[in-house]
Write a protein that binds this ligand. Structure first.
Ligand SMILES: [Zn+2]
Ligand SMILES: [Zn+2]
Length: 379
């Protein structure tokens, strides 16, 4: 069976722009979302396929590879099934519907008691190093979650038996009481509102139909991910009940601070400590980058707070759109101790400098915290 064309899946023209692609995908995602179609395998397939198509078509690089070579051009990226890395697009889309974790509740009102229920979403907080966020990483995470009991296939009833209709409430899950003129319904206490009772409970899960398990999952963390960004691992949450679909697993990423670099969007900032003679007379300096030192030229007369831009030496963009820049911001190294000779030379130098210049250089903003200063410069 040949794979369906991604443009066809999304229902857009081959030259559709980003906005059209995005809104087409949003419609499909909402239409086929498992919350809206509990237990509907065909809808789930469409949902996954739309996500896969969107992951490719929304990414300029992958899209151009797909345009030129078709599915073969992107087989590594997402053609092997649903790519959790499509989360970037998801966050984008579901982000503005409110908190992702509230998303399931949007359709929650449709669930019937005792009917198929979607498993709960799970959240996992993952801490990674700054270097790992730069290179991307693959990490295996251990999550405790409730899974459907294998022994009873989730029914909670022992082998050879099945849950029976509750005699107390006749399967409605509710008991009605007359209170004055009013009829009040309360959940049935015999079956706890499920409408069914298990006469012979499954031994493995004691009738719950679910068991707690530690599960190891491999998560691919894309390069360029920043603190607070979430990966959605579709279907890796808790198992649903009574044939309901599983929930999703959200991996919330926290990136450790770096000793040298500070990140703003995809750009990196660092200090460059330069001696006064080098600032005044010029020279070459090594600037640290995430991939090793780079030599730069310091022109004569460089001021404290001057910034040097190293193009493309910042963080990779998490959606694969290039790389940020690195800014090295100069500060001056003032020796704490001077030799007799150094002191003498500085005194001689001071005599040659006009008083005004000395005043200006004293009023530099060396006391301000670094990043406040950065704001001054880039603000
Ligand atoms: Zn069981
Ligand atoms: Zn009952």
């Amino acid at each position: 069976m040949s794979k369906r064309d991604y443009y066809e899946v999304l229902g857009v023209a081959r030259d559709a722009n980003d906005q059209t692609v995005k809104s087409a995908y949003r419609k499909l995602a909402l239409k086929y979302h498992p919350d809206r179609n509990p237990g509907d395998a065909a809808a789930e397939e469409e949902f996954k396929l739309a996500a896969e198509a969107y992951a490719i078509i929304s990414d300029p690089d992958k899209r151009s590879a797909y345009d030129r070579f078709g599915h073969a051009g992107v087989s590594g990226a997402a053609a092997g099934g649903f790519d959790p890395n499509a989360f970037a697009g998801f966050e984008d889309i579901f982000g503005n519907l409110g908190d992702l974790f509230g998303f399931g509740d949007m359709f929650g009102g449709r669930r019937r008691r005792g009917g198929p229920q979607r498993g709960a979403d799970l959240r996992y907080d993952l801490e990674i190093s700054f270097e790992e966020s730069f290179t991307g990483t693959e990490t295996s995470i251990q999550i405790p979650r409730e899974e459907s009991c294998e022994t009873c296939k989730g029914s909670g009833a022992a082998a050879g038996s099945a849950p029976e209709v509750c005699g107390q409430c006749r399967g409605t899950g509710q008991l009605r009481f007359q209170q004055g003129f009013l009829t009040v319904a309360r959940p049935c206490s015999t079956c706890r509102g499920s409408g069914k009772v298990i006469a012979r409970p499954c031994q493995a899960c004691r009738g719950a139909g679910r068991v707690g398990r530690e599960r190891k999952i491999t998560a691919k963390i894309p390069a360029g991910i920043a603190t607070g960004q979430r990966l959605r691992l579709y279907g890796e949450g808790e198992h649903g009940t009574a044939g309901g679909p599983p929930g999703d697993l959200y991996v919330v990423v926290h990136v450790q601070d770096h000793d040298v670099f500070h990140r703003e969007e995809d750009d990196l900032f660092c200090h460059l400590t330069v001696s006064f003679p080098t600032l005044a007379m010029g020279g070459t300096m090594a600037v640290p980058t995430m991939t090793g030192d780079e030599q730069i030229k310091i022109p004569a007369g460089t001021q404290v707070g001057a910034r040097f831009k190293l193009r493309g030496k910042g963080m990779p963009n998490v959606n694969g759109r290039g790389q940020g820049d690195l800014y090295a911001i100069t500060r001056v190294a003032v020796p704490k101790k001077l030799t007799k000779e150094q002191k003498h030379l500085l005194e001689e130098l001071a005599k040659t400098m006009p008083a005004e210049t000395l005043e200006t250089s004293e009023s530099d903003e060396g006391d301000k915290p670094f990043f406040e200063k950065v704001k001054d410069i880039f603000g």
